[in-house]
Structure formats: structure tokens, C-alpha cells
Design a protein around this ligand. Sequence first.
Ligand SMILES: NC(=O)c1ccc[n+]([C@@H]2O[C@H](COP(=O)([O-])OP(=O)(O)OC[C@H]3O[C@@H](n4cnc5c(N)ncnc54)[C@H](O)[C@@H]3O)[C@@H](O)[C@H]2O)c1
Length: 253
Amino acid sequence: MRLAGKTVFVTGAANGIGRSCALAYAREGASVALADVDLAGARDAASEIGAAALAMECDVSRAASVERAAAEALARFGEIHALHNNAGIAGPSKPLDETSEEEWDVLMAINLKSVFLAVRAFLPALRRTRGTILNTASMVGLIGQSRHAAYTATKGGMITLTKSMALDYAADGIRANAICPAAVMTPMLESWCDSQPDPAATRELLGRIHALGYCPKGDEIASAAVFLLSDDARFVTGCILPVSGGAELGYRV
Ligand SMILES: NC(=O)c1ccc[n+]([C@@H]2O[C@H](COP(=O)([O-])OP(=O)(O)OC[C@H]3O[C@@H](n4cnc5c(N)ncnc54)[C@H](O)[C@@H]3O)[C@@H](O)[C@H]2O)c1
């Protein structure tokens, strides 16, 4: 029960990594606010948790929606001890010059501006609880990825935001960290595989890129997230943690 007595606000909690994290936080004793544009999915995930969960509709790219969700979560739980910025979209598989201005703007708003909006909305509460911020970035925000320049830019931005926030809010006792998965078999990745020229070969490749030999589903990511939100990580801030099965390591044969 490493999160007993804590309340966590998780975005993108209806599916994939966010859902796995929300369920893991609840198993560790936390109350969880599950925010997503997919309200039905958030309700479904909340029903697996029970009374300690609150599902709410929230578009993380819109300030009014984020502020409304923050107010609703605070009204229900009284305090928030952790903000997990996880909602995101994969965006187009294209090099930069083929990316439209609209695709760029949508990606930036959902994947990056969302962090700014949520941190701004929750900072007074996080200052009261000396709470913590966790961002779901990506390994490609550190190492790059072909045909995904705009997406990788959002994740690289998230990584530097994490470090800068760790510095800015350390005096308030607020920690800020990020997790960097390589690939995780979630609804996002399933549809990304389907959009590739050879979906079966892409799925096979996603198993192989991880040195540990398989593509995880979400629990592996949630375990690292629990640690970073818990008091076990009380002296860990500005950490960009690969949860990647060694996908980024070295040359391979
Ligand atoms: N799956 C991977 O391989 C992988 C790897 C590295 C990083 N990530 C990152 O992990 C995070 C979660 O990805 P996932 O694979 O679980 O995706 P997913 O599509 O399975 O789940 C993402 C959730 O975010 C929600 N969402 C989308 N736009 C939203 C918005 N505007 N406001 C609120 N909610 C919104 C979706 O409804 C969905 O429930 C993303 O930030 C993604 O970039 C994923």
C-alpha cells in the first residue's frame, strides 16, 4: 500500500498506459481521478476500482476543460497529491515536411500544452500537499524516431519541461519526473501498427526492439510509475526514467 492516503489525478486513464497506472495506483491504496475525453472508457476503468475512483470527461488540450476537471477532483477528494500527465496521441507517421500545420498544432496541444495546462491548474493543490508530477514521455523523445518528427518533438519538450519543473518547484517540495517507455502494446500502438505498410512485421519488430525480448502491455510501466509517485522516491526528482526493456541500448546483431 505504497500510495495509501494519496489522491492521484491521471489523464488518458480510460485506456492503455493510463488505465494500467490508474488501476495500479488504486491497488497501492490511492484514490484516483480518471480524466479522459473517452468518458465511457474512464467510467469503465473507474468501475474496476470502485468507490475510490472518480471518472471525468476532460480534454487535456483545453484550459477550461482541465480547470473544470481539477475543480471537480478537488471538490470530491479535498486534496491532490500527484498529477500524472499521460494523455497523448501518436500523431502521423510522417517526416516533418509532410506534416500539416493542423497535425502539428493538434499534437502540440494534446501532448505538450496539456502539461502546461494541468500543472497550472493543480499547482496550488500540489504546493499544499508537497505533491508530485509524473509525465509519460517516450524513449523517442530522447533518441528520436524516423517518420515521427512532430511526435518526438512533443516528447522531447515534455522531458525538458520535467527537468525545468523539477528545479522550479523543488523549493515547494514538489517532485517532477518522467517515464520513457519504448513501445507498449496499447490501443494506441495497435492502431499505429495497423497504419504501417506491414502490420504483422511491425508487431514482430516491436517485440524484437526490446533487449528484454518482448513488448510490454502496461503493468511494467505502471510499476515504475507507482515507485515515482511513492515516498520510496522521495529524493528522486528531474529523473527521466527509461522503462524500455533496454530498447535504446547499443548496437545489436
Ligand atoms: N504505447 C506506446 O508504445 C507508447 C510508448 C511511449 C509513450 N507512450 C505515451 O504514453 C501515453 C499513453 O499512450 P497509450 O499507448 O496508453 O495510448 P492510448 O491511446 O491507448 O491511451 C491514451 C488515452 O488518452 C486519451 N486521450 C487522447 N486525447 C486526449 C485528450 N485530448 N484529452 C484527454 N484524454 C485524451 C485517449 O482517449 C486514451 O484513453 C501517451 O502520452 C503516449 O504518447 C506510449
